[in-house]
Design a protein around this ligand. Sequence first.
Ligand code: NAP
Length: 248
Amino acid sequence: MKLLENKTALVTGAARGIGRSIVLAYAAQGADIAFTDLKVDDDAESLLEELKAMGVKAKAYASDASSFEGSEKLVEEVLNDFGKVDILVNNAGITRDQLLMRMSEQDWDLVIKVNLKSVFNMTKAIQRSMLRQRSGSIINMSSVVGVSGNAGQSNYSASKAGLIGFTKSIAQELGSRSIRCNAIAPGFIETAMTSKLAEDVREEWIKNIPLRRAGKPEDVANVAVFLASDLSSYVTGQVIQVCGGMNT
Ligand code: NAP
């Protein structure tokens, strides 16, 4: 028996990077998959083909998680198409790194809107159906810098720290209905988001990681499988750091 058989997962920002790995890991465990990205581009189409070849039901949706109305409409469509959502992964996120001295109001507002408000939008939109079915697992993608801060990322760190407060609050609000809410805080993971870093910055990060390597999207996806599955049925309100021991 696979870990996620008979479950439906909805994952935001999944055409690339960590979200894509999560979707593939969920499908490998038997879950049906609804995933979003800003556009259904070539990456999203190729992911869809891969998922269908794995024998699960899958559909890609173009949706901006930072839009309240867009999130409501998306959840309505997904519920119509799949009948239910058991697992919500709020993965979509962006960076606009800059020292506070040079950070614009627009870069502050955009990062908070895409990384934090999106989680409010999607969780609020899904909660009614999860309350009705009296079960659900919500997984929010935070970051180690949401736990410990990082110079040059005050907007991003604030959004990811805010998301931890949201996660713990929702775990307390919805726990009595068997709806769990946890956060994953990845460290330095090789994706498009981190490929912008200069080689010397990259080497400096890796020197400070006890496991002496950058993480792979699959390292995060494995923890997302655990949190989505019944293996974690007594785990809620927690932040699991997937960082090679960096934040120890
Ligand atoms: P990524 O490769 O940039 O992927 C993020 C995906 O989200 C992209 O496909 C992007 O679409 C999509 N997206 C952006 N804004 C969106 C929106 N408003 N609505 C829907 N989708 C949107 O990033 P990643 O490294 O996989 O990161 C995934 C999550 O992990 C993020 O929340 C990130 O903050 C977090 N994280 C990453 C790391 C790391 O080291 N990589 C570490 C800690 C936490 P486009 O490409 O079309 O813009």
